[in-house]
Design a protein around this ligand. Structure first.
Ligand code: MLT
Length: 404
């Protein structure tokens, strides 16, 4: 008899953003006249930059000719892209990462979900709370957690590191020593950023205890302050304890194009085995490479023109972030984030729960945000707004929120 992976049954409900999309669609059906403004999922809205479009056109044309047509991409990515990443994202920032330590993929969501596969089922996982749901859910699916604890609203067997107003929404070293530590900075959902000094403490801790840090830096392009590291490899000793996940979705608008990469230094060895070797084996077996045209588009992100255009695009979204932050503050909300990240994290007013506030905004302002409790028990009483809308939509949404 066929059996199923019963770990999936431990997951309550649907994936956070699917639940929200379902609620919004029901509301729209019941209220067809409502013009809903979406500041919920962190999806970009600005078109791809001209340098990227030109590169896409060029590579599509190459695919039309016998001499320049390309079939399967190399498993781990084309050299032209891996070289561009190694130079621009690492060497130019003083990080010692070589092109052959970079694995090109179809995005950071897949990598952040799949990376746990190379670790044993008995590893103890630590996550921030609130947290991007993919890290926890994929470890649940893999059987690395206990059951869902309804009372605590989290999973048994996971080490949750509360990120609260009182600690600046930054995790503290947990009492129990974890094996795998997921960190995401600048943070989704809170928008908090970690200083290099603080991140160094985590790197030193991981090297001391033998833990591995899985560092999600998908939002690094939004950093505006100088003491905030763009990569964990800016910290001493990170090569022996950290894996870094990066995305082209937020810095270059590739949410619908799909491209990302993972960095695993060759020195990163656990249980006597190179993690680089395991991930290469996994990639080679389960992945046939990101499309050539998309990797060429990724290369254009690092061209002079591409860099200039994307700086402008990021600044456009950060103007929204600043607008949301300052207008809500003026209106008396308690807000954070929005300085080094495209997310604004606010306290729900009048003791409303996160979902009550979600319903309140949807019903009365026709604005969609993301309930903090969807990211974990310690997100209760908070709410996330994204800066990825157009400036006009953002202004209107905030106006509506502050008027109700
Ligand atoms: C979010 O809204 O948290 C992000 O869009 C999710 C993602 O990047 O997958």
């Amino acid at each position: 008899m066929v059996t199923v992976n019963r770990n999936y049954l431990k997951l309550p409900g649907s994936y956070l953003f699917s639940t929200i999309a379902g609620k919004v669609s029901t509301f729209q059906k019941e209220n067809p006249e409502a013009r809903i403004l979406r500041l919920g999922i962190g999806d970009v809205t600005q078109p791809l930059a001209p340098a990227i479009i030109e590169s896409l056109h060029r590579s599509v044309d190459e695919m039309a000719h016998q001499e320049t047509f390309r079939g399967y991409a190399p498993d781990l990515g084309y050299e032209f892209l891996r070289d561009a990443i190694a130079k621009n994202d690492y060497k130019d920032r003083g990080c010692n990462i070589s092109a052959d330590e970079i694995f090109i993929s179809d995005g950071a969501k897949s990598d952040s979900g799949n990376i746990q596969e190379i670790f044993g089922a008995d590893n103890k996982v630590a996550v921030c709370d609130p947290v991007y749901p993919v890290y926890v859910d994929t470890n649940v699916m893999a059987g690395r957690t206990g059951a869902y604890n309804k009372e605590k609203e989290n999973f048994d067997g996971v080490i949750y590191m509360p990120c609260l107003e009182s600690n600046g929404f930054l995790p503290e070293i947990p009492e129990e020593v974890p094996d795998l530590i997921y960190l995401c900075f600048p943070n989704n959902p809170s928008g908090a950023a970690i200083t290099k000094e603080k991140l160094q403490e985590w790197v030193d801790y991981a090297n001391r205890t033998g833990a591995v840090i899985i560092y999600d830096a998908a939002y690094e392009a939004y950093i505006t302050e100088t003491d905030i590291p763009h990569s964990i490899y800016e910290c001493n000793g990170a090569r022996t304890c950290a894996i870094e996940l990066r995305s082209f979705s937020k810095n270059a608008g590739f949410t619908g194009v799909r491209l990302g990469f993972t960095v695993i230094p060759r020195e990163l060895v656990r249980d006597g085995v190179s993690l680089h070797r395991l991930w290469a084996r996994r990639h080679g077996t389960k992945f046939n490479g990101a499309p050539y045209i998309v990797q060429r588009a990724g290369e254009a992100v690092y061209s002079q023109e591409g860099k200039k255009q994307l700086r402008e695009q990021v600044a456009y979204y950060m103007r929204n972030a600043h607008y949301i932050y300052s207008e809500l503050k003026k209106a008396g909300y308690s807000v954070s984030g929005g300085v080094n990240a495209p997310y604004i994290w606010l306290k729900t007013p009048d003791q409303m729960s996160s979902w009550e506030f979600f319903d309140h905004l949807l019903r009365n302002a026709h604005v969609v945000g993301t309930p903090g409790s969807g990211f974990g028990a310690h997100g209760e009483g908070f709410f996330r707004l994204t800066a990825f809308g157009s400036y006009e939509t953002t202004q209107e949404a905030i106006h509506r929120i502050t008027q109700i």
